[in-house]
Design a protein around this ligand. Sequence first.
Ligand SMILES: Nc1nc2c(ncn2[C@@H]2O[C@H](COP(=O)(O)OP(=O)(O)O)[C@@H](O)[C@H]2O)c(=O)[nH]1
Ligand SMILES: [Mg+2]
Length: 350
Amino acid sequence: MTYVIIAIAVLVVAGAVLLIVRRRRNRPALTSPARAAMPEVLVGELAARPSLEAEAPAPSLAQRLATSRGVFDRVRSMTGVGAVSAEQLDVVEEVLLRSDIGVVTTGAILEELRKNGAPDGVAAALRRILLDSLRASRSVVTTADEGRVPVWLFVGVNGVGKTTTIGKLAQRHVDEGRSVVLAAGDTFRAAAADQLQRWAERTGADIVRSAEGADPGSVVHDALGRAAARGADIVLADTAGRRANSTNLLDELSKVRRVADRAPGQVVETFMVLDATTGQNALSQAREFLAAAAVTGIVLTKLDGTARGGIVVAIERELAIPVKFVGVGEGVHDLITFDPVAFVDSLLEA
Ligand SMILES: Nc1nc2c(ncn2[C@@H]2O[C@H](COP(=O)(O)OP(=O)(O)O)[C@@H](O)[C@H]2O)c(=O)[nH]1
Ligand SMILES: [Mg+2]
C-alpha cells in the first residue's frame, strides 16, 4: 500500500514538473511587457479578423506578368512532340512577334525549331531556346577602389522610371545595410528633385539637390563630396531625360559621367532605364544612348501590365547588354533582380 501511495506521489510530482517545463518552453524568448486584459468583445473581434499577411500574399512572378503570360497561352497549350508543323510554327511566330521579341530574334527562334524540332513539346523547346539567349552575367558592382565612393548612374528618356527605380534601389541598399546618398541630377524641373526627395525621406537615404536649372554635374560633384565626408557606401545619381534636343542631352550625360567618375567618385554601374510598354521603341532609344553613356546594365520597367515581355530577350540579343533589374509595379518593393529561369517559366510553364 505504501509503495502504491509513493508511486502515485512520484507520478503527480513528475506530471507537475513536466507541465511547468512545457509552459516555460512555450513562452516567447523575449519577455513582452504585461498587458491589461482585453475586453471579451474586442478579443472576439480580433480573432474573427484575418491577419493582414493572410489577406495579401505576395503575387507570383507569373501573376505580375499575367498580360505577357497571356500572349503565350497558345504555345503553352500546344500538344505533340517531335517535328514542329507549319501551323504550329505560324502560331509561334505570331506569339513571339506580339510579345515584342522582335523580327530578328523571332526569325532565329523559328529557324531553330524548324531544324531541331521539339522533342519535349513546343513550349519546352521554346523555353530552352529563350534561356540559351539569356546567359549574360547579371552581377552588379557595389564596391569601388580604395578611397573611392561607388556611383550608380541612371540614364534614359523622360518618364521611363529612372527616379522610381532609384527609390526602389535605395530601399534595397538600405535593407542590405548600406548608407546611401541620392544625387538629384535631374535639374530640368524642381518637381524631379521633389520626387527624389520623397524617396529619400521614405527610405532613409541622404539626398543632395540644387535649384531648378542648376548644373547637374555640380549636383553630382556635391553629392560625392557629401558621400566621402560621411563615409557613405554608395551614391545613386539621377539624370534628366530631356533637353532641347537629344545631342544636348547626350553631351550633358557624358559630362555628368566624367564628374561622377572623378575621385572621390567611381562609376561602377551605369543603368539604362527602359520602359517595356514601348516595346521595340525602347530598343531604338537604347541605341541612341549607348555610345554616350557606357551602359553596364538595363533596368526594364513597367513589365507589369504589358504584353511586350519578349522585349527582354530582344534587348539582350540585339544590344548585348544584360537586363539586371525589372520593374513590376510602382511600389518600393516592385523591383526584381532579373532571373531568366523565373522569367521564362512565368511565361511558359503550364
Ligand atoms: N506600373 C509601373 N509603373 C512604373 C514602374 N516604374 C515606374 N513607374 C511609373 O512611371 C512613371 C514615371 O516614372 P519616373 O520614375 O518619374 O520616370 P523618370 O522620368 O524616368 O524619372 C511614374 O508614374 C512611376 O510610378 C513599374 O515598374 N511599373
Ligand atoms: Mg525622374
